[in-house]
Every structure is written in structure tokens, then in C-alpha cells.
Design a protein. Structure first.
Length: 657
């Protein structure tokens, strides 16, 4: 630790909280003043060197919590790494809570041979490691022979190019742990699930990094990786520097010069960039690997090698490299410039894909044919897996089911795993996934197990493997939620409630509270269920699904006025919530509000394309009002969606007599 930094530390103000680094009895400490009073915290260790340092505070249960007040070792000043987020003590990301627990969030990539050592019964850690920081064995594996013959390079363990990339990815990826047992040379997908662009909270619709995604996920989705480029082609792992200076374009021109190495497109920067040589805009990386600051001070380059498209900024709010540099100009200005320079080449496949992904994220059901076409033609496995995952809301569509069956035969485990997950979201017979319980890659086996759980017999070895995976992630809200869901599927309501309560306590987000409320409602604990559902509507940004769930609960409790209020709020927040419009329409019809009911059901019909129920419900109201012709039109509309929908068939027959 930099003792000098503590000797004259500046006070950092975070809302009503004031944190002052100082020396107490000659040792580093933090004085934190808030409404609750004054607390003194003494750090045990420091995480990082440059551009910032974060401090680890010992807590009960073997935890080290990462303080949000950090030190910029370049500017030699203290700052708040969370910026203006103003996290509250109830937030998962608050510095005392689980998002900031070093043992699980940071340690495995900052220590050598780390074992998390979590004990679920006591909710505590006994974390161990072989070495502080990243040492030789973390990247090279067993060095026993090398230690015997230190000057003989042939005694070093060797890795294939693919293994070297996966080894880098074990730390340089935003991912889910599957085993906590990855070691050098093992298959990445036996131990991790990378976060990809199907997650709207992690990546922009064009694949650019949004949150702190690190490098491996975007690299996997890049054409560079698909063509065989590896981390070591650009980076020296020992010096931590790139193989060529970033002041010029030599790094990229290793491949992008005539005739084009490995099929790379030859580029003449002076003709391609429309910027004078030596200027910022003439450097390949500034356009194709833009920097984003994380933790306020740490600039990270996007490794997706995307191309700037200002039109996507105009249409979707996706940032572009042009305006990152020309901050005084508008996206429209940048779009005009790129159109002048590149013309029709700007209408590249990446733009089409981004627009389709954005629609899929909004659950626009009309996107299914385009999304299927994109996924079927996508040659990069990580992208194909992402596009396939986005089809999950329409898993029961015959066209989607056919593509899922096709994708299960894919050679890449990411695609097979995505296909298994999508099939698990459907109401179809999933027993065809049984062979994938023996897939050579654990990620696929786990997703096949999850899809089959409660719907088919799971062999003991797969059940054990799946439960071990849940134990690995069970110290976080998402893992506790998965444990609760698993218990629900096998009818263990007590266990389901126990883990649901843990998840909601650790992270009282709408998703976890809705799940807890659903379990409590199913077990007859209506008062507690109502409390959980109500709490879900009060968390953070207004959540349409939370109000929908509360509205449905009130409807079941025969409280129509409360139900209507909640459903109206749901559609105010999210007008595309078809189920909320549908149930609101039914409630309005029952209370004699025929005009309002017809309007609500029409809206439901517009956003629930494919469902016959809104049109059928509208037809029943029209028939009761004596508007027979209009009712028949609505019934025909319902049968267009579902030709075998019996209620519509029967009512149409009655009205046609």
C-alpha cells in the first residue's frame, strides 16, 4: 500500500457519505461518516497497481469486501470507483454486499491457484491460494520439469494456439463459473459460460461492450478470432505490452497488408481512414477498438473489432467511435461523413444484425423470420449462439424448433448449449435432449440437464454434476435463485422457499422478489406473497413485470380494483406487455367497461402476435354487445393465429347459424 497516499488523503463525498483515508497509529485506515455515525475500516490488502488501487476490508465469515473509494496511482488522488451511482445498502452492488466480495468476484483472476472455499451452511469462506498475484504456474501449468531444468525451454509445458486463447479467457472474460476448477490446458467450456451479446445488460445490440465485459467474450464474437488470430499474436504476456507500439498501425498491419495474412483484407490506412497520418483518427484501434472507462479510471479496449456506425447511434443509441473522438459533433454529422466516405458499404451485415437484435430484445415477435435467417447464416459460433438464445421467447414456434434441432448437431459447444437452453424454454417434448447428457463438453451437459429436469429421468451422474455446479454459484443471488427453481421442479417447496428467501435477501431485485412471492403464494402464504410482490414494484427503476405479477396476484385474490390499478401501471411502464393488456381487458369486461376492455384487448392483440386469446376475448365482448359481424371478424383473426383453437371455432359456429 502507498502509505504516502494515506498520509494526506482527500475526503471523498458520496451523497451523504464521507470517506477519508488516513493513518491511525501509523497504519492505513478509512474513516467513513454517514447517517449511521462514524466507522473506521482498516484494509488488509490492496487490489491492483495501476491505473487504480482498490482496498480489501476484512469482514465476518472470511470475506474481504472491496471498498468503493479507490486510489488513482497515476494521478495520485482518491476517487469513488462507482462514480455517480449512489448505491444504497440494499443494493447488491453496495460495497458491503455480495457484488463486491473479493473471494468470489475478484480473487480467482488476481491470485494463483485460488480455491474459493465457500460453506453454504455457515455462509462463510475459507479461501486459499498458492501465490499472491499471477505467477508462472497460472499460465504455464505444472512446472516441475522446468524447475529441474530451468534453462531448457523444451521442458516448459506446451499449449496449442486454441488452448492459449482459452487460458487467457479464463481470466479475461466476463463469465459464469461452472466448476471453480479450471487449470491450464483444460477446455474453457468445461468450466465457464461466457456472457455474449444476447444479454442486453452486457453488450450493445451490435456486440460492442456495454458493461465491464473484459475482452474474451467480444473477441469470441469477432471475425478475427474466427479466422484464427490469438491473444499472443498481439500481446506479449510477460511484459504486458503489445508486440508493436500503439502509436502506429503496425500491430494491425501484421495481417492487413498485401496480400492479406490468413485471408485478412489488405488495408492502406491513408486511403481507408480519411484522416491524416499521425492523427488519432488514422489509428486502426481508435475506430475498431474504442476505449471505454470502467471503475471511472480504467480504460479498456473493445476486442470485438467492430466498425463505427453513427446511424446506429441515431436509431438505437449505440455509441460510435467517430463521436467518441468528435464529441462536439452530432451523430447525424458523423453519419453524413461516413456516408460520404464509404457510401453503400456502410449498409453492412453488422448494421442489419444490430437492428434485428434490438427488435428481438424488445420481444418483437415479427422479428422471428429475420432472426432465424441471420442465425442460420452466421458462421461465427459465438454470434450464432447469441442469435439462437434470442429466439427463446418463441421456442414453441415450429420454425424455431426446427432450427434448434439443426443447431444441436453443431460442432461448437456454445451453439449446442444454446440450443438445449432454448428447447428447455418450450412446452415441447424435450426427451430428445437425452443424448446430450453424455456430451463431451460440460457446458452442454449442464444445459441439457437443466432442460430435462422435472421432465425426464436424469441419470445420477448428471444430477450430481448439476448440483455441484449450483454449489459453485450458490453463494450469489443468481445461484440461490437457480437452487430454488430446481427445488420447485422436484416439489421440494421448503427447500425452494429457503433458497428463494436467500436470493431475495442478498439481492432484493424485482426478479428475485417475484420468484419468492410466487413460491409463497403457491404454499398459501398470501400475506407474505403480497409483501414480496409489492416490494418488487418498489425496487429501483419501475418494472412492468413486477406490476403485472402484482396485478395477477390481486386478481386471484378477488381484488379487481387493486388488480386493475397494478395492470394499468404495468402497461404504462411497458406498453408491450401483452399479458398485462390481456388481463386488464378481461377485468374491464367483467366490471362492465366494454369500451375500455375492447381497447385493451386490441392492444394485447397487437403485441401478442401469435396468440388467439386476445382476439377471442374481444369477440366474446362484441358478441355480447350484439355486434355479430365484428365478433366474427375477431374470431377469424384468432383462428388465423391458431386454426385449431376450439373456443373460437365453437363461438364462430354459434354466431354463423
Amino acid at each position: 500500500m502507498d502509505r504516502e497516499a494515506f498520509s494526506h488523503g482527500n475526503t471523498v463525498v458520496q451523497g451523504e457519505v464521507k470517506t477519508t483515508p488516513l493513518l491511525l497509529a501509523g497504519k492505513p485506515a478509512f474513516r467513513v461518516e454517514s447517517r449511521e455515525g462514524i466507522s473506521i475500516y482498516r484494509p488488509d490488502a490492496v487490489l491492483g497497481v495501476a491505473p487504480l488501487q482498490q482496498f480489501l476490508i476484512p469482514f465476518p465469515g472470511g470475506r474481504w469486501q472491496t471498498l468503493d473509494v479507490s486510489y488513482d496511482s497515476n494521478k495520485r488522488e482518491w476517487f469513488d470507483a462507482t462514480g455517480n451511482e449512489q448505491r444504497s445498502p440494499h443494493d447488491w452492488g453496495y460495497w458491503k454486499n455480495r457484488a463486491m466480495t473479493w473471494n468470489v468476484q475478484c480473487a480467482s483472476c488476481h491470485m494463483t491457484s485460488l480455491k474459493k472455499g465457500y460453506d453454504a451452511d455457515t455462509d462463510s469462506y475459507k479461501t486459499t491460494w498458492q501465490g499472491q498475484g499471477i505467477s508462472c504456474t497460472q499460465c504455464h501449468g505444472n512446472l516441475v520439469e522446468h524447475e529441474k531444468h530451468p534453462y531448457d525451454s523444451t521442458k516448459l509445458p506446451t499449449l496449442t494456439r486454441e488452448q492459449s486463447v482459452e487460458n487467457c479467457g479464463s481470466c479475461h472474460a466476463r463469465r459464469e463459473e461452472l466448476t471453480g476448477q479450471f487449470t491450464v490446458g483444460k477446455n474453457f467450456f468445461d468450466h465457464f459460460r461466457p456472457l455474449l451479446m444476447d444479454d442486453p445488460g452486457a453488450y450493445y445490440a451490435d456486440g460492442q461492450i456495454l458493461q465491464e465485459d473484459f475482452e474474451y467474450g467480444s473477441f469470441l464474437m469477432s471475425r478475427m478470432a474466427h479466422r484464427g488470430v490469438t491473444c499472443l499474436d498481439c500481446h506479449n504476456p510477460h511484459s504486458g505490452k503489445t508486440r508493436f507500439s500503439l502509436d502506429g498501425n503496425e500491430l494491425c498491419l501484421q495481417c492487413h497488408t498485401q496480400p492479406g495474412r490468413g485471408g485478412a483484407i489488405p488495408i492502406v490506412p491513408e486511403n481507408h481512414t480519411f484522416h491524416a497520418a499521425g492523427k488519432s483518427g488514422s489509428r486502426c484501434i481508435n475506430c475498431h477498438m474504442p476505449e471505454t472507462p470502467y471503475m471511472q479510471r480504467h480504460l479498456r479496449r473493445d476486442h470485438g473489432f467492430t466498425s463505427p456506425d453513427p446511424l446506429l447511434t441515431v436509431q438505437l443509441g449505440i455509441p460510435n467511435a467517430c463521436n467518441r473522438c468528435h464529441g462536439d459533433k452530432t451523430p447525424e454529422w458523423a453519419a453524413d461523413k461516413t456516408n460520404q466516405w464509404y457510401g453503400v458499404r456502410m449498409n453492412r451485415p453488422a448494421r442489419v444484425r444490430a437492428l434485428v437484435v434490438a427488435r428481438a430484445r424488445k420481444l418483437d415477435s415479427t422479428v422471428v423470420p429475420e432472426l432465424l435467417l441471420l442465425a442460420r447464416n452466421e458462421e461465427i459460433p459465438a454470434r450464432r449462439a447469441s442469435l439462437l438464445s434470442l429466439l427463446a421467447p418463441w421456442a414453441d414456434d415450429d420454425r424455431v424448433d426446427a432450427f434448434v434441432s439443426e443447431s444441436l448437431k453443431c460442432a461448437h459447444p456454445l451453439v449446442r448449449a444454446a440450443a438445449a437452453s432454448v428447447l428447455g424454454e418450450s412446452d415441447r417434448d424435450v426427451r430428445g435432449l437425452a443424448p446430450f447428457l453424455s456430451d463431451p463438453v460440460q457446458l452442454v451437459r449442464l444445459d441439457a440437464t437443466a432442460a430435462l429436469w422435472g421432465r425426464a429421468t436424469i441419470p445420477p451422474q448428471n444430477e450430481t454434476e448439476y448440483r455441484q455446479y449450483l454449489d459453485v454459484i450458490g453463494d450469489q443471488p443468481a445461484g440461490a435463485l437457480r437452487k430454488s427453481e430446481l427445488a420447485s421442479l422436484v416439489g421440494d417447496t421448503a427447500e425452494a422457499e429457503r433458497w428463494a428467501r436467500k436470493a431475495a435477501t442478498w439481492d432484493p431485485a424485482p426478479t428475485t422478489l417475484i420468484h419468492l412471492g410466487t413460491i409463497l403464494q403457491a404454499t398459501g402464504k398470501s400475506i407474505e406473497a403480497e409483501k414480496a410482490f409489492s416490494q418488487a414494484t418498489e425496487q429501483g427503476v419501475p418494472n412492468g413485470d413486477a406490476f403485472l405479477t402484482l396485478g395477477l396476484f390481486y386478481a386471484e385474490q378477488h381484488k379487481p380494483a387493486d388488480a386493475k390499478r397494478a395492470l394499468i401501471r404495468a402497461v404504462e411502464i411497458d406498453p408491450k406487455l401483452g399479458r398485462a393488456w390481456y388481463n386488464l381487458g378481461l377485468l374491464q369486461a367483467r366490471s362492465g367497461e366494454s369500451k375500455n376492455a375492447l381497447q385493451s384487448l386490441t392492444r394485447a392483440e397487437e403485441v401478442q402476435i401469435g396468440s388467439p386469446e386476445p382476439a377471442y376475448a374481444r369477440a366474446t365482448i362484441l358478441a355480447q354487445l350484439g355486434q355479430t359481424a365484428e365478433a366474427k371478424v375477431a374470431l377469424i383473426r384468432a383462428l388465423e393465429f391458431a386454426p385449431t383453437f376450439r373456443p373460437a371455432q365453437e363461438l364462430l359456429a354459434v354466431l354463423s347459424r
